[in-house]
Write a protein that binds this ligand. Structure first.
Ligand SMILES: [Zn+2]
Length: 340
């Protein structure tokens, strides 16, 4: 009975594409790229030699700890069934061995051909582009609200995403200003500028803080030449009750807020890191006796080790002759639509 059903299903699954490519997608693509609640045909469900288990592919997913795409390996075997069965899958980052993805899926695997069907119930971390770790650190106390905003944004829920991001920026505006102050100290501050930041942090109104700081935001933090605080404030200036704030417009504003916050987090980190690398390089040179070859080799090796660590920590932000200027040109997003 089951075999007859399988034959029918097999014919149905393969029917339209008998003479071309097999229908469906790979198991790997399903886990990596398909959102929850979508049923798909799988075309590469291979069983092991006993036929009782399915081969589970490695997945390429964003690792929050490694701060980039990494390979994830399944930690458990996956038993095969020709009936629909709920399955839990767990994958561990091969690189750091600390971050985990979990999937809850419904799966059935045909018996005689490497095909089947699957549907995803849920996954953790949530499906969709991952939120950069630096952005999460920038608004750390409201990390969960930011992630709720991201989930809403991924699902196209504009009003929801906007409301979450708005709450995050309003709650964390002092933390954002403190991060800017940290970058300002690195590029060169004065007691007067430090005091200005102190005073801005004490303001009740965000607009007042922005006005006070408008002339002291360093070039390296400007986004397409615009003050990031002004961009954030303009995106937040309309209330949700405004008739202009349609779901679609809210979604555009939410995306703009997230892009500006991400860019700001990246730029602050780049400025601070450049300074730390400079200090480290100077310290290495200071410790190096002028005519000692072994010591020179030792310093070079320490420097190379530091570079390797930095590279591993943050690919792509260094190795440029002028990181601030070139990164501005290549990474700056469009500013958000101003709201009047
Ligand atoms: Zn990792």
């Amino acid at each position: 009975m089951a075999d007859a059903m399988n034959a029918d299903e097999q014919a149905a699954l393969m029917g339209q594409n008998k003479e071309s490519e097999p229908a469906g997608i790979s198991f790997k693509s399903f886990l990596e790229q398909i959102p929850p609640d979508t049923t798909v045909v799988l075309n590469d469900l291979e069983r092991n030699t006993t036929g009782n288990y399915l081969k589970v592919p490695d997945l390429q997913l964003y690792c929050e700890a490694c701060e980039g795409d990494r390979m994830f390996q399944a930690t458990d075997s996956l038993s095969a069934s020709s009936d629909w069965q709920p399955r839990f899958l767990k994958f561990l980052c091969r690189n750091c061995g600390t971050r985990i993805y979990r999937f809850s899926i419904l799966l059935k695997a045909l018996r005689d051909v490497p095909m089947g069907q699957a549907m995803k119930f849920a996954q953790i971390p949530a499906f969709g582009p991952q939120t950069p770790a630096r952005l999460l650190r920038l608004v750390q106390p409201d990390r969960e609200l930011l992630l709720q905003g991201r989930r809403s944004e991924v699902r196209g829920l504009g009003i929801g995403a906007f409301a979450y991001y708005r709450r995050v920026v309003e709650n964390q505006r002092n933390r954002i200003i403190q991060n800017i102050a940290k970058a300002v100290k690195v590029v060169g501050s004065t007691p007067e500028i430090d005091q200005l930041f102190e005073d801005a942090l004490g303001q009740y109104q965000f607009s007042k803080s922005i006005e006070m700081l408008k002339n002291v935001i360093p070039q390296a933090l400007l986004i397409n030449g615009e003050n990031p605080l002004t961009l954030l404030h303009s995106a937040l200036s309309n209330g949700l009750h405004d008739p202009e704030m349609t779901d679609q417009h809210c979604l555009e504003l939410a995306q703009s807020i997230r892009i500006v916050l991400t860019e700001l987090a990246e730029r602050v980190a780049a400025v601070v890191k450049d300074d730390q690398e400079l200090v480290k390089a100077i310290n290495v040179l200071k410790r190096t006796p002028r005519s000692s070859k072994p010591a020179l080799a030792d310093a070079a090796s320490r420097e190379s080790e530091a570079e390797t660590l930095a590279n591993r920590d943050d690919l792509g932000q260094m190795c440029e002759a002028e990181p601030e200027e070139s990164s501005e040109r290549t990474r700056a997003p469009k500013p958000p639509t101003p709201v009047n």
